[in-house]
Design a protein around this ligand. Sequence first.
Ligand code: RUG
Length: 832
Amino acid sequence: MSTPAPAETSDPVREHTRTGLSKAALMQAYIDNLFYIQGRFREVATPHDRYMAAAFTARDRLLDRWLKSAQVFKTTHARTVCYLSAEFLLGPHLLNNLVNLGITRASREAATEMDLDFNAILEEEEEPGLGNGGLGRLAACFMDSLSTCQIPAIGYGIRYEFGIFDQAIEDGWQVEKSDTWLRNGNPWEIPRPKIRFPVLYGGYTQSYQDQDGRARTRWVPDQEIDGMAYDTPVLGYGVGNVNLLRLWKAEASQSFDFQAFNVGDYYGAVHAKIEAETISKVLYPNDEPEAGKALRLKQQFFFVSCSLQDMIRLHLNTVGPLETFADKFVVQLNDTHPSLAVAELMRLLMDEQGMEWEPAWDITRRTFCYTNHTLLPEALETWSVNLFERLLPRHLEIVYEINRRFLDEVRMRFLGDESRVARMSLIAEEGVRRVRMAHLAVVGSRAVNGVAALHSELVKTTILKDFHDLWPEKFHNVTNGVTPRRFMVVSNPRLAHLITEVCGDDRWIRDLGRLRELESHADDPEVQARWRQVKTAAKQDLAVWLRQNTGVELNPAVMFDVLAKRFHEYKRQHLSILHVIRCYQRLKQNPGQEMVPRAFVFGGKAAPGYYLAKLIIKLINSVAEVINHDPQVNGSIRVVFMPDFNVKNGQRLYPAADLSEQISLAGKEASGTGNMKFSMNGALTIGTLDGANVEIREEVGAENFFLFGMTVDEVRQKQSAGYRPWDIYNGDPELKADIDLISSGLFSYGDTNLFRPLTDHLLHQDPFMVLADYRAYLDCQERVGAVWRDPAQWDRMSILNVARMGKFSSDRAIREYAERIWQIEPLPVALN
Ligand code: RUG
């Protein structure tokens, strides 16, 4: 293979190798990067070398735009959103960046001309799994949309050395493997060794008088570590705006090391270094029990403290006096994980910057906004006062003082209502005293929002009702959204291409409402045929991947019925497997029975310590084993578990799904975002009236959505009337037969005990009312089957689903935050 001609001979006007967007410039850049960064010539380059060279080629182009953005933001003193999130589930960068740069085609052509396999290069990328699921992925979608909507922003988080575990399936069980995403280097980040801040822990506080005779508090910590910044540029789609994702890595404090060396304690210094670095070592899986979480509290404080110190530094360097801090920055707290920021900003303003309480509190309250993502009591964070005091003694004093002043306000407003005062306190007094982080976030913020209309209503009427009574104007809803760049253009290029052709242009990618243009084509047989071809091609791709990775063969002609999300009882993966078992029994009992053939595809991780969730994974795999090996049924139904559901694998699933399962118990899923991703890719939804399903159904039309199950009110009524799952089991012979089949040992090589914890739990407690919704779910699945038999009808519904998904772009969500909550205007950065 000959070396391609350098850029200047193929372009009339020579483009810069590092910034040019033509095929020739990209080829030259790739070769240069392979040589000068990877130190390889083409004949010996490994797949990884090729990926790195391609990544650096894209990154140079990002940097060019980033520096221009930074200049604009600096000179205009732009108001800036700081998005504080313990998780950013980014997914692979390369193709997303090529799409946003507008150079996918040129890159593909450049690769072909250099005899490189473009898709193989993309596959080589290891994704940064710095999040658990929906919450972390939402943060990543928001970063994309903030840049695309031209809102100046910094995402602040933690650069975990080990992200969410990789999931393997062994003997049907989930096995966790450590995620070593950094082992081959990360070409997207830029280390900033000079941007580092000390983070303090432990010790005690002292009172003293300052030079002006004012009473002050000094914190004497017993541990100091450093946070060092790593920056990743985030480019918007088709714009010049690049925002910054700044993740903090924990390192031994340089001053502490120095002291240890001075007294000759070499091993002590090394030990301190190791201990310091553990703070950003590993992402905690959620849904884990409380024990041993001191490190998590340390992590939360670590990134919050670094981020606020960084904001103060930026403010003092550019704008000036801290009195205007809240005009320069608005800080969005993504859940309660960063809510220590309220106390830490108070400390920094008072103890470090010498402010009095009142002005510091005024700034703090004007700076923060808080997003709630869950109503589940076990997910609402609290920290024991003892642990809090041990790690953050100064912050506990500040929390107490915030609480004292706040409860005075409550008492004034609700005279004599001491039970309300106890409910609203930042400290839960019953049992072991605990700090309620959601209360701290609400009191310290000027806006609070839920993530879907139903969820935001429930926030106001249940968990934060007392706060809503006090400050109704603080409460908002911003329904979640997802980025159509990653979840349509990157994941499903065939569909994106077809949509662009039918709509006449690709403006829908930045303005998703334009998908409405598809509506008038929903009945067009030619569009329908092409729509179907696109779906079938995606199903073929998925089938190949699943065969290679699981050994299970799927027929792309059958309905792909997909349930992929984190495993949790409230999400009710076990309801779906009961349906699978029902199909199996029906086929076994009535071999001639007409049944719509289906491939049931499951995916998702369970928290390592969540036994029942892991048992549900085992059950799915065990049912799969029996069904897939039974020739009497395996022509009609197959079951497959996709291992290691992450962003990259999600991108394989969304385009290939015909049916999207969104079957949580009403009132439990705050929003869900997978529901949006599936629907955007033409899957029809079978779902309950929960989270954003409600709004998806409103948008796509009730007739294009398969609804089943109890409403929130019905759930409440049933619970208060005394829910008895045992009676439902006894009253429904099919349900009884399905559960009995699990208990019989058929799926466990005769072991009748293996699944007992699950079946017993369902029969006697069933906290998420699987049994109560079983019959409605089965009936609804019959309706799904009936529509599937009419392909034109199915295709029409699928097209209409996509056409009406405009609302669920994260661009819309970000615009709502910008207008209603942040009061921030777009600041366009010119492309050239
Ligand atoms: O469970 C929620 C999802 O319903 C939601 O769509 C997502 C983004 O808002 O956040 C998820 N979530 C909630 N993840 N962690 C929590 C609780 O900390």
